[in-house]
Design a protein around this ligand. Structure first.
Ligand code: C2E
Ligand code: CA
Ligand code: CA
Length: 717
């Protein structure tokens, strides 16, 4: 398009200029023709005037005086010669040179015939350049007596034949009707115009014929042709002299040069505009690329760590997987207790830890491997590996490096990791792989000793099992399949019953008595625990009311409440409603909250504990020592009793050190003036030891396992 445009434009400009030049050459040609006519006429006039003077002096008695007059006039008018030819052919001129008889006859004959005569170009009778002869007839008493002739040098007309068109290459000349050149403004290499034009190329033959015809008839005419590799315009205009004709020639080279300059200027301008356009487009494209990049960043990059996000990971996963030639594994890396880091040290520290972890993961990646941060403290890695033990040791090293780095940089003191691994053996969608790695991670989190777990298809059955539980839990609740067991709490000093803990059991037709560890975690995740806990509370309250009716001496019963209740604003109201329904004094119910619940949100826990106290309930901290409660937290929460985690006693026999830890902890708790309860008491030795160091209440198999209410009634007796 561009080149076609340029060619068209070039032709257009040239056409315009040609038209312009045609007009110019026409005007210049006409002007020159008029000048030429005038010059010839004025010479003729002069010759006529001299002729009148000369014929007045007839018969010429004083020849010397006549030649002197002629010489004077010739000099004055720049004639080469001025003379008289008498009828008998005698010549009288001031040059006084003998003239060719034929020449004399030619002038005499023509002038007598035409009265005034301008010759065609002829050789100078004296030799040398061509000349023109202007002549006039001489009369005496109305009879011809001779002829006055003037020899005119050609140069006097040549000067007129320069075209007033500012180009040096143009020229003009005079031809007769046969095309013979008579006078030319400058030297030209031909004698006859028509002969010359026959040699021309690119000439329209028809136009040429018309041109010749026009010249012969004395009409203005125009022709275009090419000769000597040059294109030319030629313009012909008739003169008033003889059958003469003025021809003006203008080579188009001059025009083409102008057209070229004009075209180049236009092209330059166009190129400039085009360049600006290109720059603009380039700028817009870059802007778009930049915006796309930004969009990409916000859509696919984790702003905190600069790592990919999950969406990006799922996109690039297949191509990375292809690069891994040996085994490949999808690993979910979880910073366990990350929430604790946030709560204890603040979000900035937490962010710092995440950034460090991301950096360490990045440093450890090998060709084809990649990773992303999926949620707050979850990283997903695609790793290559040879066998399980190699992968295990690599992950262990990674965990060590992370712990060391975070500790060294004081980011935190307890970055512990758990890994869930799915070994990629099947061609399944990325998100299903992720699900399986998640299952393994759940196992890793719950496994106290091995924090690196591989996905096992058995885990899938566990999930299926959980789905079954979820499907049947509502029914079980409605049909009373959840039962309450009571585990006695006794005084260390005298072994007397001081209370009991209510523990749920699922009495399933197919599976028998199911322990809470198998369903409570699931119920906490799906929210069913809110209903179940209230149901258990109501069972407990009903049971106590029933005992009272039977006239038994009742003891306070502890009921476990899940962390989920803390976020439920109706919690305390629901509790009081249940107790009031059975007109049971509030101090017969003690609420057990686990330490981890409290640590997750101390302020919220404070509110709830205060609210429970206001309603007259006792509150106990369960599983103390499994988390990281500080003395300050314990002080700010006014617990009535604190229950040592079973784990303390589980290691009782291991070494002296664990006893020393228990002594320290109990001593600290005593300083808070709360009742200290020991859970999981199984042996006489433990009883003696705990009594010794000042524990108040004991609970455990040593005294009794959790019992159905009917069996527990014996304890009340
Ligand atoms: P927990 O509150 O720490 O309850 C004590 C657990 O220790 C009970 O297990 C009990 O059977 C067991 N235990 C008692 N004495 C001994 C002993 O001498 N040695 C050993 N090794 N274990 C002993 P259980 O009944 O399986 O309950 C497990 C957990 O389930 C409870 O731990 C509690 O967190 C939760 N849970 C039980 N019932 C409820 C409930 O009604 N609501 C809620 N939210 N959680 C419940
Ligand atoms: Ca408990
Ligand atoms: Ca406990």
């Amino acid at each position: 398009m561009l080149s076609t445009g340029v060619v068209c434009y070039w032709q257009y400009v040239q056409g315009m200029l040609e038209k312009e030049v045609t007009v110019q050459i026409e005007v210049a040609g006409k002007d020159t023709a008029l000048d030429f006519n005038e010059a010839v006429a004025s010479d003729q006039q002069v010759v006529n005037t001299i002729a009148i003077t000369v014929q007045d002096a007839y018969p010429w008695k004083n020849p010397p005086a006549l030649t002197q007059f002629l010489q004077l006039q010739a000099k004055y008018n720049h004639f080469k010669d001025l003379g008289i030819i008498t009828l008998d052919g005698k010549v009288l001129s001031f040059q006084n040179k003998p003239l060719d008889a034929k020449w004399v006859q030619y002038i005499l004959g023509n002038t007598l015939e035409k009265e005034i005569f301008l010759s065609d170009r002829r050789p100078d009778p004296e030799g040398g350049n061509s000349v023109l002869v202007s002549a006039a007839i001489l009369h005496s008493n109305d009879k011809p007596i001779g002829v006055l002739f003037a020899i005119l040098p050609l140069e006097r007309y040549q000067r007129i034949l320069t075209l007033p068109i500012g180009t040096e290459t143009s020229f003009a000349f005079v031809v007769d009707s046969q095309g013979n050149v008579e006078v030319s403004g400058r030297e030209i290499p031909f004698e006859n115009l028509f002969q010359e034009l026959k040699k021309a190329q690119f000439i329209d033959r028809e136009r040429f014929g018309k041109f010749q015809e026009d010249v012969r008839l004395g009409q203005a005419t125009f022709l275009r042709y090419q000769i000597y590799k040059e294109r030319r315009f030629v313009y012909g205009y008739p003169l008033a002299v003889n059958d003469w004709y003025l021809v003006s020639v203008l080579p188009t080279a001059a025009v083409e040069k102008q057209a070229r300059i004009l075209t180049w200027i236009s092209l330059g301008l166009f190129a400039f505009i085009f360049a600006i356009f290109v720059l603009l487009v380039g700028y817009l494209l870059r802007l778009r690329a930049y915006n796309n990049q930004r969009l990409f960043t916000t859509a696919f990059v984790d702003s905190l760590t600069g790592a990919h996000n999950l969406a990006r990971m799922s996109q690039i996963f297949p191509e990375h997987l292809e690069q891994l030639t040996q085994g490949a594994a999808l690993v979910i890396f979880d910073i366990t207790k990350f929430k604790v880091i946030n709560d204890l040290y603040g979000y900035e520290r937490g962010n710092l830890v995440l950034q460090r972890v991301a950096n360490i993961l990045r440093e450890n990646l090998q060709v084809g491997e990649t990773f992303c941060r999926s949620t707050a403290d979850n990283f997903i890695l695609l790793l290559g590996y040879e066998d399980r033990s190699e992968l295990r040791s690599r992950l262990n090293k990674l965990a060590t490096q992370i712990r060391r780095d975070c500790t060294a940089n004081d980011a935190c003191l307890m970055v512990d990791s758990a890994f869930g691994i799915y070994e990629i053996t099947e061609d399944i969608p990325f998100f299903i792989m992720l699900d399986r790695a998640h299952l393994a991670l759940e196992n890793a989190k719950h496994d106290a000793t091995d924090k690196i777990q591989f996905y096992d298809s058995k885990d899938r059955w566990r999930i299926v099992n959980e789905r079954q539980i979820e499907n049947s839990m509502e029914n079980a609740l409605a049909s009373g399949d959840f039962a309450v067991f009571f585990q006695p709490k006794c005084d260390f000093k005298n072994g007397k019953l001081r209370g009991a803990e209510a523990l749920v059991r699922w009495n399933d037709a197919a599976r028998g008595l199911v322990r809470p560890d198998e369903f409570i975690p699931l119920f906490e995740r799906n929210g069913f625990i809110l209903k179940l806990d209230m149901f258990i509370l109501e069972q407990v309250v009903k049971t106590i009311a029933n005992w009272e009716q039977k006239g038994k001496k009742v003891v306070p019963i502890s009921v476990n409440f899940s962390r989920q209740h803390l976020n439920d604003s109706r919690y305390i109201r629901q509790m009081t409603r249940i107790l009031d329904k059975y007109r049971l004094p509030h101090d017969l119910i003690e609420v057990e909250l686990t330490e981890s619940v409290i640590l997750n949100n101390v302020a919220l826990a404070q509110n709830v504990v205060r609210g429970l106290h206001n309603k007259g309930f006792a509150v106990s901290m369960d599983d103390f020592g499994s988390g990281y409660s500080s003395l300050n937290v314990l002080k700010s929460l006014q617990f009535d009793s604190i229950k040592l985690d079973k784990e303390f006693l589980a290691r009782f026999n291991e070494n002296e050190n664990s006893k020393r830890v228990i002594i320290g902890v109990v001593e600290m708790l005593k300083s808070l003036r709360v009742k200290v309860v020991a859970e999981g008491v199984e042996t006489q030795e433990q009883v003696d030891f705990l009594r010794e160091i000042g524990c108040d209440i004991a609970q455990g198999y040593f005294y009794s396992k959790p019992l159905p209410s009917a069996d527990f009634e014996n304890w009340l007796n």
